[in-house]
Design a protein around this ligand. Structure first.
Ligand code: TTP
Ligand code: MG
Length: 359
């Protein structure tokens, strides 16, 4: 496996059934039992599933499904409310472990990260070692994809879940992606997939070979080109480590366009908790909070506000994002993506310009 020369080597690591697996680690009696973690604290029929364990997925339960539907599919499962602060602690343990071994680490959500393994002699062996350490030291299972770029590595990590390691050798990116259904391409949601299928594009390979002008006409110049490049396994994005970057953000693309206010608010709160963790880990306070909204027609807007006092607190970030939502989002408008970003950092140890400190 290790005989390739990697021009770049990027690993994408994603924890398996993350919230549910944390609950299993904390209560081993739950291991192997169909387990649902429910957003918010509404375990009744109005709640939505944050994630389901693999034992529960065998019954067809999926993230974002209503609790009512999940209970129909899996009436004997265990339903637990989310416990964000615990997931954040586990996430931080995993990220610290990864940071010990990779040249650069970019955390992209609470349970996934890109690692730069460019300097490593045998990247697949290191990936396996990381998976082993995460199980042995933290109790969690992770899936890993290795490839020459982010997009292909991300697609590869989802290929053999749970617990898989998928290596896409240099030069084989397009070949690896080609047979997969087009809806599986990162960034292509069900609606875009349906539109692609309607014009005869079924697989990622079909998309890679489609007429670019036709894609541009149907999806707009930039998205058409980007989708086709991704389909061909081309992605020039670099790993961005937190020390270099000027902002931290989370985004969530919905499986179905989402107009549910409670669910959107839940997502904002969850992203704010994640941002709090990353700000605190890096000893940063943020002055600016912004949100990104993408509507069903792909139109994307951002709204930003500058806080009077820089913050690293989830509640403050969420409250600010909530105010920005009221500016940018009309109730009932379906969204396909929502994101929260913090920027304009102040280091906590840097002197702050308060009159007290000026004395
Ligand atoms: P994912 O990595 O998408 O899902 P997962 O880790 O549960 O399962 P797997 O990766 O094995 O497919 O998301 C990570 C966590 O984010 C997940 O455990 C719960 C949370 N989440 C939500 O709260 N709502 C959602 O709609 C999704 C997709 C995830
Ligand atoms: Mg995951």
């Amino acid at each position: 496996m290790s005989n390739y020369t990697w021009p770049r080597c990027i690993a994408h690591l994603d924890l398996d059934a993350f919230y549910a697996t944390v609950e299993e680690v904390l209560n081993p009696a739950l291991k192997g039992v169909p387990l649902m973690v429910v957003m918010g604290d509404d375990l009744g029929n109005r709640g939505a599933i944050a994630t389901a364990s693999y034992a529960a997925r065998r019954f067809g339960v999926r993230s974002a499904m209503s609790v009512a539907n999940a209970r129909k599919l899996c009436p004997d499962g265990v339903y637990l409310p989310v416990r964000h602060h615990l997931y954040r602690e586990f996430s931080q343990k995993v990220m610290s472990l990864l940071a010990e071994e990779a040249a650069a680490l970019e955390q992209v959500s609470i349970d996934e990260a890109y690692l730069d393994l460019g300097h490593i002699a045998d990247p697949p062996a290191l990936a396996q070692r990381l998976q082993g350490r995460i199980i042995a030291e933290i109790g969690l299972s992770a899936s890993v994809g290795l490839a020459t770029n982010k997009l292909t590595a991300k697609m590869a990590s989802g290929h053999l879940k749970p617990g898989g390691l998928t290596v896409v050798p240099p030069g084989e990116e397009a070949e690896f992606l080609a047979p997969l259904p087009v809806g599986k391409l990162h960034g292509v949601g069900p609606k875009t997939a349906a539109r692609l299928q309607a014009i005869g594009i079924q697989t990622i390979g079909d998309l890679a070979e489609a007429d670019i002008d036709m894609l541009r006409t149907n999806f707009g110049p930039n998205i058409g080109l980007e989708m086709q490049q991704h389909a061909a396994g081309i992605d020039p994005r670099q790993i961005e480590t937190e020390r270099e970057i000027k902002s931290l953000s989370y985004e969530r693309t919905f499986l179905e366009d989402n107009a549910n206010r409670r669910d959107l608010w839940h997502n904002i709160q969850e992203m704010a908790v994640g941002l709090e963790g990353r700000l605190q880990k890096n000893n940063l306070l943020a002055r600016t909070v912004s949100i990104k909204l993408r509507f069903s027609n792909w139109k994307t807007i951002t709204r930003a506000e500058t806080l009077l006092t820089p913050t690293d607190k989830a509640a403050t970030i969420a409250a600010s994002a909530g105010r920005l939502m009221r500016l940018g989002w009309k109730r009932g408008t379906p969204l396909r993506l929502i994101g929260v970003r913090v920027s304009n950092f102040v280091e906590i140890d840097a002197p702050r310009q308060t009159s007290f400190e000026l004395q």
